[in-house]
Design a protein around this ligand. Structure first.
Ligand code: A3P
Length: 330
């Protein structure tokens, strides 16, 4: 996710769900099929929906922005490729490449008609690890038809808001107040939002999968929570490996490979690697940003340093109300 996490919206934010608030002046927001996006993001999503062909063994890493995408990409890449790239080796790709660049996004950099929009995804060997911020309703049809597996990572919305606010200010060189960010976030008006719709879409998909009688359906969505992963990283890495169908052998476990993965992908380690702590890259298209922008505090509960208790209570109440009856708690 990039620059434009919050901002001025186009008129008629309610949007009839088929589409699109009609005005598409650059810089405005569009409620596209229930999801807030910039106009050029909508164009990219449409191209991807039309042209991306999923494969049955694709795995999608899905996140709402600022929920830990970078971490999940690092973990999934490391686990899935550990035969080719030994975790403790001094030539591991994570030591020379930003985690964001090891697992490509479906919709970014924003795709344009002039190029073949998904050519580089087609060139990837199977099984592919791919990522997206798209809600379930906007996934390319073939992803759903083929029942591709999804790892969904969510995070406490208060920490997401604070992370997003810092990120937008840093990347856009803005001085956007937390009050304004809070107001928009509470209305669901932030990129790929509302966050509760995003989470619910995949939560419900996970619930349908696990209640299905078909064994093949029952393992299609692995629903993870950032705070729980922070508390029990080893258990979660093992779970991730099972889901990716590359479980750790007893021998690997006894050699401490799981702990090696956790260490290599830890916030402190990744933040310290030169490719992540320096340099600028344009991953969105027209939005160059510092590689270090993806590594800020890496903490659970940092919201308490930026939101008042009143703000926290208000956001909690909104989210609770939106999730009522679903069984989901972020
Ligand atoms: P904070 O701003 O709260 O620090 P995303 O990757 O989806 O853009 O999310 C970024 C958030 O994940 C930031 O949160 C960032 O610091 C945190 N993060 C990045 N790498 C991490 C890691 N290896 N472990 C835990 N958190 C990480």
């Amino acid at each position: 996710m990039a620059e434009e996490a919050h901002g001025e919206k186009s008129h008629n934010g309610k949007g009839g769900d088929k589409g699109l608030v009609p005005k598409t002046e650059a810089g405005l927001w569009i409620l596209y099929q229930g999801c807030w996006l910039r106009p050029r993001a909508v164009e990219s999503v449409k191209l991807v929906q039309e042209q991306f062909q999923a494969r049955f063994d694709d795995v999608l890493l899905v996140t709402y922005p600022k929920c830990g995408t970078t971490w999940l990409k690092a973990l999934a890449f490391t686990v899935a490729n550990r035969l080719l790239h030994p975790v403790a080796g001094d030539r591991h790709p994570l030591l020379v490449r930003h985690p964001q660049d090891l697992v490509p996004f479906l919709e970014m950099p924003y795709r344009q008609l002039q190029q073949h929009p998904v050519a580089e995804l087609e060139e990837m060997a199977s099984p592919r690890l791919l990522s997206t911020h798209l809600p379930v309703t906007l996934l390319p049809p073939s992803v759903l038809h083929l029942g591709c597996r999804v790892v969904y990572l969510c995070r406490n919305p208060k920490d997401v808001l604070v992370s997003l606010w810092h990120f937008v200010n840093k990347v856009n060189h803005q001085n956007y107040t937390i009050d304004k960010a809070f107001e928009l976030f509470c209305k669901g008006e932030s990129a790929y939002g509302p966050i509760w719709e995003h989470g619910l879409g995949f939560w419900n998909k996970a619930a349908v999968s696990s209640s299905s009688e078909s064994e093949s359906d029952s393992s299609r969505v692995l629903f993870l929570k950032y705070d729980e992963m922070m508390a029990q990283p080893v258990e979660h890495v093992k779970m991730l490996a099972e889901f990716l169908r590359v479980p750790f052998s007893d021998e690997e476990v006894s050699r401490g490979v799981v702990e090696d993965v956790v260490r290599l992908c830890s916030f402190d380690k990744l933040k310290s690697v030169p490719v992540n702590s320096s340099g600028v890259c344009d991953r969105i298209g027209g939005v160059p940003m510092e590689n270090s922008s993806y590594f800020r505090a890496g903490k659970v509960g940092d919201w308490a340093n930026h939101l008042t208790q009143e703000m926290a209570n208000k956001l909690d109440a909104i989210v609770e109300e939106k999730l009522t009856g679903s069984g989901l708690a972020f």
